[in-house]
Design a protein around this ligand. Structure first.
Ligand SMILES: [Ca+2]
Length: 325
C-alpha cells in the first residue's frame, strides 16, 4: 500500500511543478534500497524519493572527478596553494577569528596555523565553498560514476541524514563537485561524525558559521590522532634509498633512530623514538625528501593526497611566520 502511494506521489510530483530531471534517479534500484535504509532511520520515504527525483546528473561533476589537481607533480601542485595572497588572506581571517582559533588550539590541541592552512587550502577562507548542489553532485557520483559509486552513494545517504539532524534543506546545500561543504569542505559523513557546535548556539553550521567551522576542523584532526607534542615534517637528505615510489601514500612505520641507522640525515633528535615515514617529492629543484610524522598522516585523513598534506604543512609554516605564532 505504502509503495503504491509512493509511486503515485512521485509520479504526480514529476508530472507537475518540478522540472523533469534528466536522470530519473528516484527510479534507480540503489535509490530504492537507500530509501528503505533511511526510512528505518526515521526519514519519510516519500520525501526522500521526491527529492531524488529532483536530483540532476551533472557531467561537469564527472569531468572534474577525472582531472583532480592531485595528479600534478609537487612542483606544479605546490604553486597553486603557496602564494603570498593566501598567506595574507590567512592573516585577515586570523584577526577576525583570533579568539576562536586560540580556543580551538587550547581545547582541541591543534595549532592555529594548521587550522588556518586547512581552511585556506580548502576554500580560501570561505571564498570558494563550491556552487554545486550537494544533492546533484552526490547523486551523479553515487549513481553515474561506477568507480566510486559505493562511497558516494553512502555520502548521498549521509546527506539526507545530515539534513534531518541539522534541520537543513537538502536542495539548499551547496558544495564542491564531490559534495564537500562549507569553510572546511566536509563531506556529509564527516559533517555528521566530526562537526561541532563551537559557538554553542545549538546548531552545527559549517557552511555559514566560521566559528563552528574552525572548531570542527580542529576536532576532525584531533579525533584522527593529532599530537601537539611533535611537528609534522622536516626536510631530510640521503633518503632516496628509503623511498620506493615518489609522491605516494605514506605509511608511518620506522622510528627516527631506525632511519638514522640506515643513513638518513636531518632527523631531529627529539624524533628518535617517533614512528616516521620518508616522503619523496618532485620539487622545483629536483627530488626532495621529507621525514613526516603521524601528524602528516592525520592531515591525509582530510584528503588522501600526500601533496595536499604537504601543501597544508608548508602553508601552515608560512602562516605561522607571518603571524609570528
Ligand atoms: Ca553553532
Amino acid at each position: 500500500m505504502r509503495i503504491i502511494q509512493t509511486i503515485i506521489v512521485v509520479a504526480s510530483i514529476i508530472g507537475s511543478s518540478i522540472p523533469v530531471a534528466n536522470a530519473n534517479y528516484a527510479e534507480r534500484s540503489e535509490v530504492k534500497t537507500m530509501v528503505k535504509r533511511l526510512a528505518a532511520k526515521g526519514l519519510d520515504p516519500q520525501k526522500v524519493l521526491a527529492l531524488m527525483s529532483e536530483a540532476k546528473r551533472l557531467d561537469s561533476v564527472i569531468n572534474a572527478m577525472n582531472r583532480p589537481a592531485e595528479r600534478k607533480k609537487w612542483k606544479d601542485y605546490r604553486s597553486i596553494f603557496l602564494k603570498r595572497p593566501r598567506v595574507l588572506a590567512a592573516k585577515s581571517f586570523y584577526h577576525r577569528h583570533k579568539k576562536t582559533l586560540a580556543r580551538a588550539e587550547l581545547e582541541l590541541g591543534v595549532p592555529v596555523e594548521v587550522i588556518l592552512a586547512i581552511i585556506g587550502v580548502e576554500t580560501y577562507f570561505g571564498k570558494n565553498k563550491g556552487s554545486f548542489r550537494a544533492l546533484d553532485a552526490l547523486a551523479t557520483l553515487g549513481l553515474d560514476y561506477p568507480k566510486r559509486a559505493k562511497f558516494f552513494l553512502g555520502e548521498l545517504e549521509s546527506l539526507f541524514l545530515l539534513a534531518k539532524e541539522e534541520n537543513l534543506s537538502v536542495t539548499d546545500l551547496k558544495g564542491s563537485y564531490a559534495g564537500a561543504m562549507g569553510f572546511g569542505q566536509f563531506i556529509p559523513s564527516s559533517y555528521l561524525a566530526y562537526a561541532v557546535d563551537f559557538d554553542n548556539d545549538g546548531r552545527r553550521d559549517l557552511i555559514n558559521n566560521p566559528v563552528d567551522a574552525i572548531g570542527s576542523v580542529a576536532n576532525y584532526l584531533m579525533r584522527h590522532g593529532w599530537d601537539k607534542t611533535y611537528g609534522v615534517a622536516t626536510a631530510v637528505s640521503n633518503a632516496a634509498f628509503n623511498v620506493k615510489k615518489m609522491e605516494s601514500a605514506i605509511v608511518i612505520k620506522e622510528t627516527g633512530s631506525e632511519l638514522v641507522e640506515q643513513g638518513v640525515q636531518g632527523i631531529p633528535t627529539e624524533w628518535a623514538q617517533l614512528p616516521l615515514d620518508v616522503l619523496g617529492l618532485h620539487g622545483i629543484k629536483g627530488d626532495e625528501f621529507w621525514a613526516v610524522t603521524k601528524n602528516f598522516y592525520v592531515i591525509t585523513r582530510y584528503n588522501r593526497s600526500p601533496l595536499y598534506a604537504m601543501a597544508v604543512t608548508q602553508l601552515s609554516e608560512e602562516i605561522a611566520k607571518e603571524l609570528a605564532l
